[in-house]
Every structure is written in C-alpha cells, then in structure tokens.
Write a protein that binds this ligand. Structure first.
Ligand SMILES: Cc1cc2nc3c(=O)[nH]c(=O)nc-3n(C[C@H](O)[C@H](O)[C@H](O)COP(=O)(O)OP(=O)(O)OC[C@H]3O[C@@H](n4cnc5c(N)ncnc54)[C@H](O)[C@@H]3O)c2cc1C
Length: 635
C-alpha cells in the first residue's frame, strides 16, 4: 500500500528523525548487505546521550531583549524557567565575547565546538553550563512564548544533517540559540523582528528543522545573541479557492497537516520531499525544495503562486494578481531560496491539484546507468505531455545492486535470471509512478513503456515501484538506526545537463569512493559491482527536466573514530568534483553554511554582490540568519 501522505508522525527527537524502535529497526536484509559489504558483524552502537547530559553554552540574552521579545509574542515575562539567563536589569552585552557561540567556532570550514560547554564529558562541563531546570519538563513551550529551557534550546541547536546528528547524539552541538521564540500568530512577527533589531539579536527562522546544509545553525554573526524563531505553531489554512485551484497557508504547517487540509477538500499539493513528515511549507519555500514527485508536479518554485515575507524593513507581498505578470523581474523567485536571510516567510499560496485516486506503477531494467539516462532523456524530450511519470527514479548499478541484495526472496532470484538471459548483469533500475484521477494514468504508462523499451528497457513489473511508494519516507529513520550501529551514512545532491550527466555521475561517485577509502586504500573490490568492498556509494536520478536531471548520492561506510573528519573529507572531494564538472552546488538541499563558500562559483562575484545589496535593503542591520547562503554573516 502506498504511504499515507497525511499521516502525522511524532515530532523528531533532538538527536534524530524518529523515536527509536525497541527492536533496533534495521531490517535483516539491510543487515545482511552491510555484513557482506563491510565483512563483519556490525559493532554494538552508541545510543544518543540523555538530553540532560548535552552541554550547551550559557544563554546570552539581555533582560531588556527578553522583555521586548516576550511583549512581541504576548508572553508573560519570563514565560518559562530560564537557567543561567542574565538577571533582569543586567547590562546589555557590549560585544561578542560573553556568548558561548563564538563565530570562530561556527565557520562552515571548522564546525568543531569552540565555546564553553562544547566538550562532551560530564567532568569537563563548564561551571554554569546550562542543564535542564528541575521540573521544567520536556513538553514544548506553548505558542506565544520565549523559552530558554535546556531541551528547547537543544532541540533548536541543529538541523538533521548527519554531522548535526552525530554532534547532537554525542551531546555536543556546535552551539544553541539563546532562546526559542514561538509567535502565536503571524501578526506578532513584525514586533519580534523590531525587538531583535533594537537589541541586536540574530534571528534563525526555524521550520521543521530538517535542513541538511546548516541552515538552522544558531549563528549570531555580529549580533549580541541569537534566537530560533520556531514557526511550527503557524499552521492555518487561510483560504482555498477551488476555481483558481490555489490555497494559502501559514508557513509553519508541516507536510502531512498541509496534505490533510487539502485532502479534506479533494486536493493535493503533491510536493513530497523525503522529509515531508517533518518539514514545513515555509521551509520548502525558503530552501527551493524539490519533492519526490517533482518530475510530475514541479518543484516548490513552480508551485508557489504567491508569498508573503516579513523583513526587518517591512512586509513584501508578492504574486497573486494574475497567473503571470510582466511587471519586472519575478521577486517571488528572490524570496524562494532566500533561506531566512531576507526575512520570515509567513504565508504561502500554492497551486493545488485534484487528489490522485489512481496510480500506475512500472519498472524497467537497463544494462547501465548511462543507458537508462538516455532512455529517460528520450521520454522527457520526445514523449507526449504526461508520458513522464510523476515520480521518475533511475538508480545506478550500485544502488540497484544494493536494493536487490536486500531481498533474498525467490522473486529477486528470478528477476536476476530474467535479466541475465537478456544480457543485463549489472542492471540500473528505473521506477515510475503515474498518478491521476482516472484510468488515463495507465494509458500514460503504456505510452512511456513503448519509448523505454525502444531504448533498451526491460520491463520488470510494477512491484519495485510499488514497494518504493510504500517505504518512501522510511530512510531518515533508518539513518538513525545505522548511526547507532556505528555505520556512517549521508547523502549529497547536484544536477547536470543531459550532455554531462553520466560523466558527472561517474566523477562524483569516484570522488566519494576515493575519499571514503582514503583511510583504507587496499580494500578489495566487491565481486558483484566492482565497487570497493568497504564502502557503498550509490546514486540515482529523481528529478527529470527536458534539459537535464538531478543526481543524488548516498554513501555508506563503517564510521571512523572521527566521523566528522570522515564526512568533511568526503564532502570536500565531492564538492571539488561537482565544481570540476560544472554542475550545480545544490539541486534542492539549498546552500546554508555548507555550500556558502561555493556560491560565488555558481553565480559569480557580481551575483553575490546583487544578493548582498538586496539583503542590505531589507535587513540593514544584518539580523536575519547570519552566515547562511552568503556565508558572510553581516556584510
Ligand atoms: C532525511 C531528509 C530528507 C530530505 N529530503 C529532501 C527532499 O527530498 N527534497 C528536498 O528539497 N529537501 C530534502 N531535505 C532537506 C530539507 O528537508 C528541506 O530543505 C526542507 O525544505 C526544509 O524544511 P524545514 O521546514 O525543515 O526547514 P528548516 O530546516 O527549519 O529551515 C531550512 C532553512 O529555511 C529557513 N526557513 C525555514 N522556515 C522559514 C520561514 N518560514 N521563513 C524564512 N526562512 C525559513 C531556515 O532558517 C533555514 O535556513 C531532506 C532532509 C532530510 C533530513
């Protein structure tokens, strides 16, 4: 059965994606593959430390700033216990020194903690390091609050990138916001920003916190303090117009609640990133996100018809006057992808479609990734409208091998034999999901099948695509469990034109593999795939365009003693390959701190200056999400 896109899930734990399962949660098929690859039983893992043992820097927020923020959100002041916070009447901090969040420790290139409270062992906790106050409890603070509770700050200390999780699980995040502010309504946001300008407090807009590029890192830049502005209380469906097929939501609504609100009226947005169960609409917009079905529905930039952003200089309300406009450049596109650096997105209007009631699945095997990519290109360029499936996913040889290896069933054995007879020994598998409201979806699949077969595709039934649809949101939880087992796993992504897609795919996979093996250069190749045994570097295409496609890589290896260094080694090598190939630094994960140093390579020095000039206009004092996108904090 297909995954239910309206299914709500528990809020992510501060150290991962989902609460741990008592059984460990790693299916036997995956354990077997890991054993085969890494040649040994997996070691017993390290579970996350208790929240109380996580060491955070002392919060720094003047009493005056706290009072102004409390007034802005209508909270009694102080709204929750505030361990270690400055006493009311304490002088305004005069510089950067008092905070535990020294910018030097928070640079993208050197993310190791450097401030007080950064070390793990209990014995080395600094005097006065914040700990949960007795009786404070773990329930999130209510809307309309300013919280300095230990667990609240811990929950807002990082996103969900593997290095974030490794640090969080060890109880040593790179920093923490000085307070978590939860507005009760969008109307409170201008006052929050005004208070932050007045008291020189940096603002990190915080949606689902699923950033994998450091987008919610609690950086202060040149401000005195930093708050996480938690927007997940702002969830209203403001309007739905069935004639125009648009809906306006507050920006903090998460994916499942948004789909449930639309489903109640017979519609869908169809924007389903793998992070859908935790991420918010505002986060999608701020990161220029793309969903798993973006080939059919379009990415979020294609789906947004109107957007409202509160900037420190005032509101901008963009779009919505007509289906298109020639009134100058489209400023919506400046806000989409602005990553919180221009202001807080408060409302988003999106194009909606009738909820699909019919699905058709199909899978085809190709002799190689390159052959499969050629077939998908033909479908995109020569097919009729609708031939391309909503979900179009082409796995490379390695990803296909690892997927098939997880199933020891007779079905898989038969499939291998069926493909072997047809000369396909290292298959690359293409999965397609066609969605719609009537039987035409099967006609679309039929037309696509003809094109794919003409390009060498061997049909392998709809079962693999249907199985993917069932488990499509499972991987983030699995990552938690693998980290606990001592397995390092992370992902990265890019996009390239068709003419360079295969070469880019090979160059990046080789770069990742080489970096992973740098500590183990003698590792023997895997007999089935010729990939080195001690790693798994798998890739796929999941977003298809007329002129090219995305490339997404997952890399897996036994965790080294210093997994952050392991990650940085791989990321450096992959980035160099991406730049050498002339591919984009990010297709949908965004820039954050992680890719900020590469932005100039992509848009040029003048492009960077243009973005800075825009930011200087809407945020002259530099409070909005310092260090992200442009990477320079406050220039
Ligand atoms: C397991 C996993 C799978 C993922 N899969 C995908 C995928 O398939 N496709 C994809 O595109 N991405 C994916 N991502 C990345 C991430 O989920 C997206 O970037 C998502 O859009 C972030 O939404 P969020 O609400 O969690 O934003 P957050 O992580 O809270 O914030 C992301 C950035 O946006 C800013 N921001 C958030 N809300 C606002 C707002 N209202 N106004 C202004 N700025 C704001 C933040 O300051 C930050 O810079 C994945 C992440 C994980 C961990």
């Amino acid at each position: 059965m297909a995954a239910d896109v309206t299914e709500t899930v528990p809020e992510a734990p501060w150290w991962g994606w989902a609460p741990q399962r008592p059984d460990g949660g790693v299916p036997e098929g995956i354990r077997r593959v890991l054993r085969e690859r890494f040649g040994a039983e997996l070691p017993a893992g390290t579970p996350p430390v208790a929240a109380a043992d996580a060491v955070l820097p002392e919060p720094v927020l003047s009493a005056a700033a706290r009072a102004a923020l409390a007034a802005a959100v209508g909270a009694p002041e102080p709204s929750v216990p505030e361990p270690g916070a400055p006493e009311p009447g304490a002088p305004e901090p005069s510089g950067l020194e008092p905070s535990g969040l020294e910018p030097s420790g928070l640079e993208p290139s050197g993310l190791e903690p450097s401030g007080p409270g950064s070390s793990v062992p209990e014995s080395s906790k600094p005097a006065g390091a914040s700990a949960p106050p007795a009786g404070a409890g773990n329930a999130p603070a209510p809307r309309g609050s300013v919280s300095q509770r230990h667990e609240d700050r811990l929950r807002h200390a990082a996103g969900k990138h593997t290095p974030d999780l490794i640090r969080q699980r060890a109880g040593r995040p790179i920093g923490a916001p000085d307070a978590v502010v939860r507005p009760a309504s969008t109307a409170a946001i201008p006052a929050v920003l005004a208070a932050c300008v007045q008291h020189r407090v940096a603002v990190v807009p915080f949606g689902g916190g699923t950033s994998v590029v450091g987008g919610v890192a609690p950086l202060r830049g040149a401000q005195h303090a930093v708050i996480a502005l938690d927007l997940t209380g702002l969830t209203a469906l403001r309007s739905l117009d069935e004639t125009d097929r648009t809906a306006t939501f507050e920006a903090g609504i998460r994916g499942p609640a948004l789909e449930a609100a639309l489903a109640a009226r017979g519609f869908t947005l169809g924007h389903l990133p793998q992070s859908h169960q935790q991420a918010t609409l505002g986060g999608y917009a701020a990161t220029r996100s793309a969903g798993q079905a973006s080939t059919g529905y379009g990415a979020i930039a294609d789906l947004i018809t109107g957007i409202r952003i509160e900037t420190p200089s005032g509101p901008l309300e963009l779009g919505g006057r007509g289906p298109a406009s020639a009134a100058g450049p489209d400023l919506r596109q400046l806000v989409i992808g602005s990553e919180g650096t221009l202001g807080v997105i408060t409302e988003v209007t999106v194009a909606i479609r009738p909820r699909p009631t019919q699905k058709a699945y199909g899978s085809w095997a190709f002799p190689s990734f390159a052959a499969g990519a050629e077939a998908v290109r033909a479908l995109a360029q020569h097919g009729s409208p609708g031939d391309l499936p909503e979900v179009c996913r082409l796995s490379d040889e390695e990803e296909t091998a690892l997927t098939l290896a997880q199933s020891a069933g007779t079905g898989t054995a038969l499939l291998r034999r069926w493909l072997g007879v047809r000369g396909i020994h290292t298959p690359a598998l293409l999965l397609g999901v066609w969605e719609g409201t009537d039987a035409r979806v099967r006609g679309r699949r039929g037309r696509a099948a003809k094109i794919l077969r003409r390009h060498g595709g061997v049909p392998t039934t709809g079962i693999p695509a249907a199985a993917w649809d069932t488990g499509r949101f499972g991987a983030p939880r699995l990552r938690d469990e693998l980290l606990t087992l001592g397995v390092f796993v992370d992902t990265l992504e890019t996009a390239a034109p068709w003419s360079r897609l295969d070469a880019t795919h090979r160059a990046i996979a080789e770069a990742i593999r080489g970096a992973l093996l740098a500590e183990d250069p003698g590792a023997a190749p895997h007999p089935a795939t010729s990939a080195p045994r001690a790693t798994a570097v798998q890739g796929h295409v999941s977003h298809v365009y007329r002129d090219g496609a995305s490339l997404y890589f997952t890399f897996i290896a036994p965790a080294e003693a210093d997994p952050i260094a392991q990650y940085e080694r791989v990321k450096r090598a992959a980035n160099a390959a991406i730049l050498a190939q002339g591919a984009t630094i990010t297709h949908h994960h965004a820039v954050g701190t992680e890719h900020a140093a590469m932005l100039g390579d992509e848009i040029g020095p003048l492009g960077v200056r243009v973005l800075r000039a825009v930011r200087a206009e809407v945020d002259p004092t530099g409070i909005m999400n310092p260090g992200k996108l442009l990477g320079d904090g406050n220039a």
